[in-house]
Design a protein. Structure first.
Length: 311
């Protein structure tokens, strides 16, 4: 049964017009962020996250997770920014994945439980790269541009350590997906070296809402592309992989940005996973669709780092 609808260079615009109401629901202590945006009725747009089955799966995964044998986590502090490396103990690769976590720009790395340690290890396993995850400052104490400043600083730190831009992929989910795009916009606009590629999962790219203030926006213009990459322009961008669930409220965020990137001539691969919800990739290896999504991520990373042909 086909589970994904793929958009590459011949894609056509098919996005949903988002409503003006947003509810940010944080699922128990595990830190899975849910964003539901409805038009009119709150539940008019189906999120399709089963409170019993899916949350139980994620709780189980986080409860039982342990750092796999052969992997190391090193904590780093640089200029007030906490970061951690995840990598195989025998790793000698000069490839790096810079991970920007989700959480509505309001949940710190620690508040997200083991979600992003699991993600970091997964990225390391499928890429054989070193994975740097940063604990960027979050709202409401630290609104925009704090998270963007931290992401750019971490990227610049990698360059200062001798890692080459063409050996770095920036990845992020939800708010981290939006921050991934915003970081690349900033790098391009300031003539800084661009990374080899970007990967987003359920990217939150549109933070301007008429009936609700988003803490991260603060007193800034919510339509600033560095806050809402939905309004960005994507010429001269590196290759991008964008994944999104077919039944999540942020579907339109991804489709619109992917369409803009396509028009700008970017090497864009956008995949909508049928019937899936916000950041469903968290439920690997228990959810088949999550496993399929990670296979796609692995193939994309292999193409970027090893210059294999695009499928």
């Amino acid at each position: 049964m086909e589970i994904a609808v793929r958009m590459t260079h011949r894609s056509k615009r098919n996005y949903l017009i988002l409503g003006s109401l947003i509810v940010l629901c944080f699922i128990l202590y595990i830190g899975l962020k849910v964003i539901v945006i409805g038009k009119g009725s709150l539940f008019q747009r189906k999120f399709n996250f089963d409170d019993n089955a899916h949350i139980q799966m994620l709780e189980e995964l986080n409860k039982e997770w342990e750092l796999p044998e052969g992997y190391t986590i090193d904590d780093i502090e640089y200029n007030g920014l906490n970061m951690n490396w995840v990598y195989p103990k025998d790793n000698s690769s000069d490839n790096v994945i810079l991970q920007l976590h989700g959480g509505a720009y309001q949940r710190s790395l620690a508040e997200n439980g083991t979600n992003y340690q699991r993600f970091a290890v997964k990225y390391a396993q499928i890429s054989e790269a070193r994975v740097l995850t940063i604990d960027y400052r979050v709202a409401p104490k630290h609104p925009y541009p704090a998270a963007l400043e931290d992401a750019v600083m971490a990227y610049q730190w990698l360059l200062d350590q001798g890692y080459k831009a063409e050996k770095i992929i920036i990845v992020g989910d939800s708010a981290g997906g939006g921050l991934t795009l915003a970081t690349a916009l900033y790098l391009r606009d300031n003539d800084l070296p661009l990374p080899a590629a970007l990967i987003t999962m359920s990217a939150w790219t549109k933070l301007d809402y008429k009936r609700m203030d988003v803490p991260y926006v603060g007193s800034s213009d919510p339509k600033d592309p560095y806050i809402s990459p939905f309004y960005g322009e994507y010429s001269r961008f590196p290759p991008i992989l964008m994944q999104v669930g077919g039944e999540e409220a942020l579907l339109g965020d991804t489709l619109e940005v992917a369409d803009k990137a396509l028009i700008a001539g970017v090497d864009i691969t956008q995949t909508t996973y049928k019937d899936m919800f916000h950041v469903f990739q968290l439920l690997y290896p228990l959810l088949p669709e999550a496993n399929n999504a990670w296979v796609e991520v692995e193939e994309f990373i292999d193409r970027i780092f090893n210059h294999t042909d695009k499928q």
